[in-house]
Design a protein around this ligand. Structure first.
Ligand SMILES: NC(=O)c1ccc[n+]([C@@H]2O[C@H](COP(=O)([O-])OP(=O)(O)OC[C@H]3O[C@@H](n4cnc5c(N)ncnc54)[C@H](O)[C@@H]3O)[C@@H](O)[C@H]2O)c1
Length: 440
């Protein structure tokens, strides 16, 4: 029987693993399966990534090139853009992007094209696992529906699961192996094989009763973050008026040993997940004539934050008899969060756009982001990071800390700047010249 064969091949490490989409999610999985002595075949539509991986290079800062080199040298890993080779893999894991369209609807074209490629190669004995974050129903409505046309029977001939990724780039406390993994299968056999796949590389695998439940687990996790961040962002707007320090309040509330999880305000949401994933659920909810009001409200509050930060800057400049137009603004940190080399959906980009529209002269400095590329929404592609020299800081009308990278001497910045707009409480330990700091 197909199931027994696959279970035994997983146990003996004979099963070959295929991973589609070799980005922030797919690449750590490649390494994890490689560490456990599986042979891994990676698929990506980007030939440059394929070339770099096959020559042992990493393109993600926190992923060590030496680990890729070891796998490539040991013939345990190979990357390819040849999707006909999908048939070689016994287990195929899909980690392709799930962004939004301009109208904030799910952009399913990556999952659709992956499904179309798999349709050509699906064979008896394969397990397909979707990991891309998406709305409940995707695995069965998009993939299963396509695969039905092959005549192969799910749960008997091949197996289908959804298992959401929980990667937290840059978090040193947790690794792919130690973050518990949720799995839901289309049938009980699918779930059994899916559990066996992930149990071979992850310490704790948590089964749920369906692919739809597994899909919603991931969305709940991110909606929870999105809504709670919106809550503290709204409280920040209020406390600014009341003259209360929101950071002090959150830190004090965090001493409660039960029932309170701290979330922190900021210049807006960033990253591939939290600004995007909630809209996958609101879109699907419309099919059920249901309005997801918390998501809507959180979206409104969070989307307003970059504008709020710019307004605070404008007021602070005004207090110094300066207009925004013509002012020299140095943005420090454009990554979407500290210590990562990822600018996707970063609020710093929106802040720069708004400031540009208002006529400010902007430059940015970020040790992790040497240059900006054209993105879907923004064209800041001519910009490159400038070094934080004393001369630059002194000659700027304001320095805005948009991302609080660690290992930075914020006291030095405050000492030399005319004014520092701090959106992340990065200057909390600064003792001198605190009158130059504006919280936003
Ligand atoms: N980055 C995270 O921290 C994170 C965390 C949890 C979940 N996710 C989810 O995981 C999924 C992937 O995110 P990511 O951050 O790894 O994205 P990414 O952009 O870093 O990587 C995706 C990769 O897929 C490739 N690709 C695009 N279309 C393809 C196709 N049709 N076939 C093969 N490869 C293709 C791209 O070239 C890229 O290398 C998304 O659904 C995301 O929401 C990401």
């Amino acid at each position: 029987m197909m199931k027994e064969k696959l279970l035994s091949d997983l146990k003996s490490r004979q099963a070959k693993i295929g991973i589609i989409g070799l980005g922030y999610v797919g690449l750590p999985l490649v390494l994890r399966f490689g560490e456990e002595k599986f042979k891994v075949l990676g698929f990506d539509v980007d030939p440059e990534k394929v070339r770099k991986l096959n020559s042992g290079q990493s393109y993600i800062r926190h992923i060590d090139a030496a680990k890729i080199q070891d796998l490539v040298a040991g013939k345990a890993f190979e990357a390819t853009s040849d999707f006909s080779r999908l048939a070689e893999a016994d287990c195929v894991i899909i980690c392709v992007p799930t962004p939004l369209t301009d109208k904030k609807d799910p952009d399913m074209r990556y999952i659709e094209s992956t499904g179309a490629a798999l349709l050509k190669t699906l064979r008896k004995g394969q397990l397909i696992s979707l990991e891309s974050t998406t709305y409940p129903g995707t695995t069965e409505e998009v993939l299963l529906e396509k695969f039905k046309t092959t005549g192969l029977v799910v749960g008997e001939d091949y197996f289908l699961v959804f298992s959401p990724e929980r990667e937290d780039p840059g978090n040193a406390r947790f690794s792919t192996r130690t973050i518990p993994k949720i799995v839901g299968g289309t049938t009980p056999n699918c779930l059994e094989v899916g559990r066996a796949l992930y149990s071979s590389v992850i310490d704790r695998v948590v089964p749920v009763s369906s692919t739809q439940a597994a899909e919603l687990v991931k969305l709940l996790e991110n909606i929870y973050r999105c809504v709670n961040i919106a809550l503290v962002n709204e409280l920040k707007l209020l406390t600014e008026r009341m003259g209360i320090d929101i950071w002090e309040v959150i830190e004090a509330a965090s001493t409660k040993p039960f029932g309170f999880t701290p979330f922190f305000p900021g210049p807006g949401l960033g990253g591939h997940c939290i600004p995007i994933d909630p809209f996958y659920l609101s879109w699907k909810a419309k099919e059920y004539d249901f309005a997801t009001r918390f998501i809507q409200l959180a979206g409104e509050v969070n989307a307003g934050m970059p504008h709020h930060v710019v307004d605070r800057l404008a007021t602070a400049l005004n207090d110094r008899a300066k207009p925004v137009r013509g002012s020299k603004i140095l943005i420090f940190g454009v990554a979407y969060k500290k210590d990562v080399d990822d600018v996707r959906e970063s609020p710093a980009l929106e802040i720069m756009e708004i400031l540009k529209d208002r006529g400010a002269e902007i430059v940015y400095s970020d040790p992790y982001i040497p240059r900006l590329h054209k993105m879907r929404k923004y064209d800041l592609s001519h910009m490159t990071s400038v070094p934080m020299t004393e001369e630059l800081v002194k000659s700027s009308d304001a320095v805005m800390i948009a991302t609080d990278h660690t290992g930075v001497d914020y006291q030095w910045i405050v000492d030399h700047a005319a004014m520092v707009l701090d959106t992340r409480n990065a200057c909390k330990s600064v003792t001198r010249n605190r009158d130059k700091i504006v919280r936003a």
